[in-house]
Write a protein that binds this ligand. Structure first.
Ligand SMILES: [Zn+2]
Ligand SMILES: [Zn+2]
Length: 358
């Protein structure tokens, strides 16, 4: 059996770089030689044992890594017969492999399929030289999109779904709360979706400066008093920027529950808030209901990325969403564990880490 190198995650903080069998594909799969993999916040969370894996036991061994792009090196009978793909095709991977047969799938609610195989979460992922993927879950990437950018198509897809739910009307002011890699994708997406003023709110100037470069019209630092963007009252600042009113749209790109409560204070009547973050299993929200009722508020929750991938490659190819400026750290496959640890513990400014495989 031909061998490859892969990172086996066994239990929290135990991950080993081992010789493994190259995956054997079935008729409906393709084998992808991995070229680039994003290090997701959820990979970090699995690595440190903060979230259970999607396996039956919630535990490893499993290769993590679900944000990936690479090259098709072999095809199962079905994709070969259909002529949709050939060896050498450059593809991005949609890790959420729904069953296509359950009631949720029938409705196109693929993100709610109860029979999903999720690459890097419930089945072996991409911190490896090769990964097998259902042919329905690899998408050819445009020539102008690099492997490194295409690896981030999955978080762009999730961000796109969130911004779609935000339902922006032309010219509306949109707040983006939280400026990690997802928030910085959303700054660009709300702009592309037609927002007028785009107000980015974060706690560090590094993210705020990036947000400005990527199209935010206003930035507010909510924490660092020495920052030139600091506002003692974010609420007053938003009202000032938005011509005397609270904002009509806010997307929350952080797991922090306080951010949702802040969002309720920063938005006005008939506003829409979309929550996009990964909360802890016991987190709860407290909402003033009478106010929410009288203000006829809409609060939505955004999960994964159904039905958006075609748009994702279009916005990436057109330059409406740029992901290169978000990549602050690159690691080799050998350095994967170091990279995951760095994204949590490392000092200095960091937004997105990726593993690049030569
Ligand atoms: Zn991810
Ligand atoms: Zn299903």
């Amino acid at each position: 059996m031909a061998k490859m190198k892969a990172w086996n995650f066994y239990e929290p903080e135990v991950m080993r770089f081992e010789d493994e069998d190259i995956p054997v594909i079935s008729d409906n799969e393709v084998l992808v030689k991995v070229k680039a993999v994003g290090i997701c916040g959820s990979d970090v969370s699995y690595y440190y044992g903060h979230s259970p894996l999607g396996t039956a036991s919630g535990k490893g061994p499993l290769y993590l890594g679900h944000e990936a792009a690479g090259v098709i090196v072999s095809l199962g009978g079905i994709p070969a017969g259909l002529g949709l793909f050939k060896e050498g095709d450059r593809v991005a991977i949609n890790p959420v492999q729904q069953c296509n047969a359950c009631p949720a799938c029938m409705r196109g609610e693929f993100h709610e399929c109860g029979h999903c195989e999720v690459i890097g979460v419930s089945v072996n992922g991409c911190f490896a030289e090769y990964v097998k993927v259902k042919y329905t879950h690899v998408y050819k990437i445009p020539n102008e999109v690099s492997f490194e950018s295409a690896a981030l198509a999955e978080p762009v897809a999730c961000s796109t779904h969130g911004v779609t739910l935000l339902d922006i009307k032309l010219g509306q002011t949109a707040l983006v709360y939280g400026l990690g890699s997802i928030g910085l994708m959303m700054v660009q997406l709300v702009k592309a979706a037609g927002a007028g003023k785009v107000i980015a709110i974060g706690a560090h100037d590094f993210g705020l400066v990036k947000a400005k470069e990527l199209g935010a019209t206003h930035v507010i630092n909510s924490r660092e008093t020495a920052s030139p963007y600091y506002a003692a009252s974010v609420e007053q600042k938003v009202i000032e920027i938005n011509s005397g009113e609270k904002a009509p749209r806010c997307i929350v790109a952080t797991g922090n529950m306080n951010a949702v409560e802040d969002a309720l204070n920063l938005t006005g009547p008939c506003s829409t808030i979309v929550y996009f973050g990964l909360p802890g299993p016991k987190d709860e929200l407290k909402i003033p209901v009478l106010d929410a009722l009288q203000a006829e508020r809409t609060l939505k929750f955004s999960w994964l990325a159904p039905l958006v991938w075609d748009n994702v490659f279009a916005v990436m190819a057109s330059g409406q969403v740029k992901v290169e400026p978000l990549v602050t750290h690159k690691f080799s496959l050998e350095e994967t564990e170091k990279g995951i640890r760095f994204m949590k513990e490392g000092k200095g400014d960091k937004i997105k880490g990726i593993v690049v495989i030569n």
